[in-house]
Design a protein around this ligand. Structure first.
Ligand SMILES: CC(C)(COP(=O)(O)OP(=O)(O)OC[C@H]1O[C@@H](n2cnc3c(N)ncnc32)[C@H](O)[C@@H]1OP(=O)(O)O)[C@@H](O)C(=O)NCCC(=O)NCCS
Length: 208
């Protein structure tokens, strides 16, 4: 994906819906609201998730195809409960971090990338999901690099992802990222480990 960073300080044009609001916590400047133009010309916005995103997360989940829901949660899950949506949107940005992607002038969530550090000194566990129409357009790879850069700043050296073995799309995304990686295959899942202490995190920075 050859995204070009266009702007980071959204300004509402007269008569148009405002761009996503700036986050309350900007993660030392590394996770700011910012726009990138994708290789196909679509302009998308990235921002840290906010506590008031719980309902937007539920709506986003309902728009996903059953296949995308299954790839993300490893089982058919037609609805995201209110409790889970709140848990997934109220993060501390220390151990639990998430970035969402939106389209211009619309705060609806179109994709989420997150990590959770379960154990000090261990890898952080990452998970991704994009709206079906947005898949394969390079957004996941941008979000991986945004998260990795932030995780590296927080002292994390490895990211782990549990992926269904048939999830060629996710495995392809890791194959094309800039970090050394290893994979452990089991019958029901593949655990991919990315070494983010090496490789470049700076390809898709959101400028202040
Ligand atoms: C997996 C997922 C998050 C990837 O995000 P994405 O935005 O679609 O991925 P990208 O477009 O950034 O793809 C990254 C790379 O993989 C390549 N790729 C994407 N789909 C591919 C496919 N089906 N076959 C081969 N390569 C593929 C892209 O070409 C891109 O490489 P490039 O930059 O060299 O062109 C997204 O497809 C998704 O939400 N899937 C459903 C949920 C899911 O599987 N979650 C993972 C559970 S952790």
């Amino acid at each position: 994906m050859n995204g070009t960073l266009l702007a980071s300080a959204p300004v509402a044009a007269p008569g148009r819906v405002r761009e996503p609001a700036a986050p309350a916590f900007d993660g030392a400047g590394l996770l700011k609201t910012g726009a990138i133009e994708l290789g196909d010309g679509l302009r998308v916005w990235f921002r840290p998730i906010r506590p008031d995103d719980a309902v937007r997360l539920q709506e986003f989940h309902q728009r996903l195809s059953p296949e995308s829901q299954r790839m993300r949660f490893f089982s058919p899950m037609r609805e995201l409960s209110g409790g889970l949506a709140r848990r997934l949107s109220r993060l501390d940005f220390q151990r639990r971090v998430a970035v969402v992607v939106c389209l211009p002038g619309d705060d609806a969530i179109r994709g989420v990338a997150r990590y959770e550090l379960v154990r000090d000194g261990g890898p952080a566990e990452i998970a991704f999901v994009m709206e079906d129409d947005l898949q394969g357009r390079g957004v996941g790879k941008i979000m991986l690099h945004l998260l990795a850069r932030y995780a590296r700043y927080m002292g994390i050296t490895h990211l782990d992802a549990d992926v269904l073995p048939e999830n060629q799309h996710m495995l392809a995304m890791f194959e094309r990222c800039d970090f050394p990686r290893s994979a452990v295959w089991a019958a029901e899942s593949v655990t991919v480990t990315l070494d983010i202490s090496r490789g470049s995190c700076d390809k898709h920075m959101l400028a202040g």
